[in-house]
Design a protein around this ligand. Structure first.
Ligand code: HEM
Length: 442
C-alpha cells in the first residue's frame, strides 16, 4: 500500500500567504484594507483589514484546482451543506457561464476569500458577509451533474449534451422498501460544501446559489452536523446516530491505488462521447432516516449482531481490534459469529465481487416527525467509479437482506456525475463536457 498522502487536496502550505488560515477580511488587506482603516472609501465601504497579531497562522484551506474535484479524497470535514438544484435557463451558453462563475467563486471561497470584492452603498455587496471573520475552515466545494441535466422526463435532449451523458449516470432502480420523497430527491445539479465550521459551509452554498440567480434554483437542501466516515488514516473513526463507529473499512485518501480502482473514472470506462469524465467520479446520495427510538430499545447483543461489529471498539464480532479483518467463517453456538444478515458481512468486498466505495456521509437531525420522534439519520454519500457495479448491487442487497434495514427509512435518492477537477484558473467545472459537445466556451 502506498502511504504517500495524495498531494492534491492536502492543506495549502502555511507559507502561502494568500491561503494561510487567516480570516477572509484579513485577506482583503492591502489597499482596500488600508482605506478602510482610515474610513469609508469612495461610494462605498471596503471589507476592512482588522487582522490582529494573534490571528491564527496554521493553514486551513484546500486548493480548488487539481486533477480531481475537492471534497472527495479530501479528509472529511465536520459539517456539510448539500443542495440539489434545478436548472432554470434553457440556454446552454448560460449554463457554461454558470460553471465559469461557480468555479471562480469556489476558488476564492476555498482559499478563505469572499466571493467578490465589490461593495457599494448603492448595491448589495458581492459577498453576503457572514463568513468575513472566519477562516477557510477546510472548506471543499464539489459540483455534480444529474441525469435530468442531460435528458428531460420525455427523454429529450435539454442542452445538446445528451450524446455525452456518461453511461454510469443511470436512473437508480426503485428498491423494495424505498419511501422516497420526490421533493428531496434528484436534481439537475448538486453542490456539496464541507467545512469544519457550519457557517462557512452554509455561506458557500448561499453565495453559490445567489450567483446562480436566474439560471438555477435550489430544489432540496440538507445540512449534516457530524461526519460518519473517516477518509484518512489520520482521522479517528467517528460514530453514527446508532452509536457505532462508522468508516472503519472505508477507502482512505492515503490509498491512491484503491481510489484509482474504485473511485476515479478511468479513460477506458466511458465510451468516446463521455470520455470527459476521466478523473471524475459518481456521487450516490441517500437520506436515510434512522428509527433511533426503536433502535435504542434493542438489546446491545442484537445491535452488535445487526452491525457485525462491537459497539464500543468497532472490532468485528470475530475478534481482534477495530482494523482487523472480519473472519466470516468463524462459527459461534448458533451459526456464523458474524451473522449472515449483518450489515458488514453483506456490504464487505468479499461478498460483493471485491468492490469498495468511498463513503463520506453525515449525521443529520431535521426536527421531529410530529409524532414525538426525531427525524434523524444518516445523509449517506458515496463516491464510486461506476454506480452500476459499486453501488446499486450493494444497495439492493441491503434493502432485501440486511437486518439493519428494519431500523431505516430511505427518504431520498440522487445520483450525480462528478466531472474531473479544474486544472487551473483558465479552466472551469465540466469544461470537458462542453468541449466534447462542441459548445462554444470562450
Ligand atoms: C443509516 C444507514 C447506515 C448505517 C447506520 C450504516 C452503518 C455502518 C457501520 C456501523 C459500518 C461498520 C463500520 C465501517 O466499516 O464503516 C458500515 C460499513 C459499511 N457500510 Fe454502512 N451504514 C448505512 C448505510 C449504508 C449504505 C446505504 C451502504 C451502501 C449501499 C453502506 C455500505 C457500507 C459498506 C460498503 C461498509 C463497509 C463494509 C466492510 O468493508 O466491512 N452502508 N456501515
Amino acid at each position: 500500500m502506498n502511504t504517500e498522502p495524495n498531494p492534491i487536496h492536502q492543506p495549502v502550505s502555511s507559507s502561502d500567504e494568500k491561503t494561510s488560515g487567516v480570516s477572509r477580511r484579513a485577506v482583503f488587506g492591502g489597499v482596500a484594507g488600508a482605506a478602510a482603516l482610515t474610513g469609508a472609501v469612495a461610494g462605498g465601504y471596503a471589507w476592512g483589514n482588522h487582522q490582529n497579531s494573534s490571528e491564527e497562522t496554521v493553514s486551513d484551506s484546500y486548493e480548488f484546482w487539481g486533477e480531481h474535484q475537492p471534497g472527495i479524497d479530501t479528509p472529511v470535514q465536520d459539517r456539510l451543506h448539500f443542495v440539489g438544484l434545478t436548472v432554470k435557463t434553457e440556454k446552454v451558453e448560460q449554463l457554461v457561464k454558470l460553471f465559469k462563475d461557480w468555479s471562480e467563486a469556489s476558488a476564492r471561497l476555498m482559499s478563505g476569500q469572499p466571493v467578490g470584492e465589490e461593495t457599494s452603498y448603492k448595491a448589495p455587496p458581492d459577498d453576503t458577509g457572514e463568513a468575513l471573520d472566519l477562516s477557510a475552515s477546510h472548506l471543499s466545494i464539489t459540483f455534480g451533474l444529474g441525469r435530468s441535466l442531460f435528458v428531460d422526463e420525455q427523454g429529450n435532449d435539454r442542452f445538446g449534451l445528451k450524446d455525452h451523458m456518461p453511461e454510469g449516470l443511470i436512473d437508480v432502480p426503485h428498491m423494495s422498501g424505498d419511501m422516497l420523497e420526490e421533493a428531496r430527491s434528484g436534481g439537475d445539479l448538486c453542490i456539496q460544501a464541507c467545512a469544519d465550521d457550519p457557517q462557512v459551509a452554509v455561506h458557500a452554498i448561499r453565495n453559490l446559489v445567489r450567483i446562480a440567480s436566474g439560471r438555477a434554483v435550489v430544489k432540496w437542501s440538507q445540512l449534516g452536523f457530524g461526519r460518519t466516515s473517516s477518509t484518512s488514516t489520520q482521522q479517528a473513526t467517528p460514530r453514527n446516530l446508532f452509536g457505532f463507529k462508522d468508516g472503519t473499512a472505508n477507502l482512505k485518501t492515503e490509498e491512491p491505488e484503491l481510489l484509482q480502482e474504485h473511485v476515479w473514472v478511468d479513460t477506458q470506462d466511458e465510451k468516446e462521447p463521455a470520455q470527459w469524465m476521466a478523473s471524475g467520479s459518481y456521487c450516490a446520495v441517500r437520506r436515510i432516516r434512522m428509527m433511533i427510538e426503536t433502535w435504542d430499545r434493542a438489546p446491545l447483543r442484537e445491535q452488535e449482531d445487526i452491525v457485525g461489529r462491537t459497539k464500543v471498539s468497532g472490532a468485528p464480532l470475530s475478534g481482534g481490534g477495530e482494523f482487523d479483518a472480519p473472519q466470516f467463517d468463524m462459527q459461534g453456538k448458533k451459526g456464523p459469529i458474524i451473522p449472515v444478515d449483518s450489515h458488514v458481512r453483506l456490504m464487505h468486498p468479499q461478498m460483493n465481487g471485491g468492490v469498495q466505495m468511498l463513503r463520506r456521509g453525515f449525521n443529520y437531525t431535521d426536527g421531529t416527525d410530529g409524532l414525538g420522534h426525531l427525524d434523524a439519520g444518516l445523509f449517506f454519500i458515496a463516491y464510486v467509479r461506476d454506480p452500476r457495479t459499486h453501488f446499486v448491487p450493494l444497495l439492493r442487497t441491503m434493502m432485501r437482506s440486511d437486518a439493519l434495514s428494519e431500523y431505516l427509512r430511505h427518504t431520498s435518492n440522487a445520483l450525480f456525475a462528478i466531472p474531473p477537477g479544474c486544472k487551473d484558473e483558465n479552466d472551469f467545472i465540466a469544461s470537458g463536457l462542453f468541449k466534447a459537445a462542441k459548445i462554444a466556451i470562450d
